[in-house]
Design a protein around this ligand. Structure first.
Ligand code: UDP
Ligand code: MG
Length: 308
């Protein structure tokens, strides 16, 4: 029988882990598959660890716990969970039941039927979320998708069912700064999304502040695009060129004996120099972008399978 590994990052989730376990085991009991649940205690400051070890004692062999020395963030917890997972299938879920376990059987069904490597989940509504947060989230997807070579689907959750080769591919990306939303799609494979309505967390509260999310979005853009670096190059180049033309016009006017305002000449010179400096910074940026890419050491491709 094949094995399903469920990875659950937990940070200050004392109210939810038990509820989560009950909900997920109810669903798992209806499914024809072996499973292991890997909880990552991401440096919780409340009684999450005690709650987890109690579950562990009650359900030996079913539960594994990875306990972090401090809070490393959800991305790090993910990574530890994926590395530890032994399953042929792996899924990542939030502890707060915002990722409905009832979707698991459906995910398997779709995976089987359409021969997918990944079945993801996607919220079609953002009900219950602050308006301003939805606004920024929508625009984040618009901006990042303009520059990135793969598409990050708006509303896609981290909750997804993956086959072993996909997990291995994600683990083969060695970069330190991990933006999972990007990495998940970057590796490719055949993927399909199931849609569902937003669900609010059962208990406890969200760990994301507005600025926390903003930084996360910014990290995603910096990790996956060099657009901010190209910006200096193009504005600098544009400015230099325009000012060059203006200076040329002024010169011609002067040569034709027409009046030329000295302030116009000085201003054009200053802007021309400004543009030139920005352009040079931009050129440095282009090299930096390449170096950044190299330092990340991402593989150039990922092989799905080999026919030998
Ligand atoms: N989480 C974590 N480490 C952190 C922050 C969050 O492991 O530093 C976990 C958290 O316990 C939960 C999941 O990541 O299981 C999603 O967090 P949350 O529900 O706060 O995010 P939201 O659903 O509001 O985006
Ligand atoms: Mg949540």
């Amino acid at each position: 029988m094949s094995l399903l590994s469920i990875v659950v990052p937990c940070y200050n989730e004392q109210e939810t882990v038990k509820l989560y376990y009950d909900a997920v085991s109810k669903v798992l009991s209806t499914m024809d598959i072996d499973h292991e649940i890997i909880f990552i205690n991401d440096g919780s400051k409340d009684n999450t660890l005690a709650e987890l070890t109690a579950l562990y004692e009650d359900h030996r062999g079913e539960i594994r716990i990875i306990d972090f020395s401090r809070n490393f963030g959800k991305e790090a917890a993910f990574l530890a969970g994926l590395r530890a997972a032994k399953g042929d299938y792996v899924t990542v879920m939030d502890a707060d039941l915002q990722d409905p376990p009832e979707m698991l059987p459906k995910m398997f069904e779709v995976m089987e039927k359409n021969n997918n490597d990944v079945v993801g989940s996607r919220r079609v509504t953002r009900a219950g979320e602050p308006k301003i947060r939805s606004f920024f989230a929508r625009n984040f997807y618009k901006i990042i998708n303009r520059y990135i070579e793969v598409e990050i689907v708006d509303g896609a959750r981290d909750f997804r069912l993956m086959k072993r080769p996909v997990v291995d591919a994600i683990l083969s990306l060695k970069e330190y700064n991990r933006f999972s939303k990007g990495l998940f799609v970057w590796v490719g494979f055949k993927c399909e999304y199931l849609e569902y309505e937003n669900i609010e967390r059962v208990a406890g509260e969200t760990k994301w502040s507005f600025w926390g999310l903003f930084r996360y979005a910014l990290d995603g853009i910096i990790e996956f695009t060099n657009a901010p670096l190209h910006f200096a190059f193009w504005t600098g180049g544009g400015l230099t060129f325009t000012m060059f033309v203006v200076l040329l016009v002024l010169l011609i006017r002067a040569l034709l004996g027409k009046a030329v305002a000295m302030t116009a000449v000085i201003l054009s010179c200053v802007l021309f120099m400004g543009g030139l400096i920005l352009l040079c910074v931009g050129i440095l940026g282009e090299y930096l972008a390449k170096t950044y890419g190299e330092v990340k050491g991402r593989p150039n491709y990922i092989i799905k399978d080999l026919y030998e």
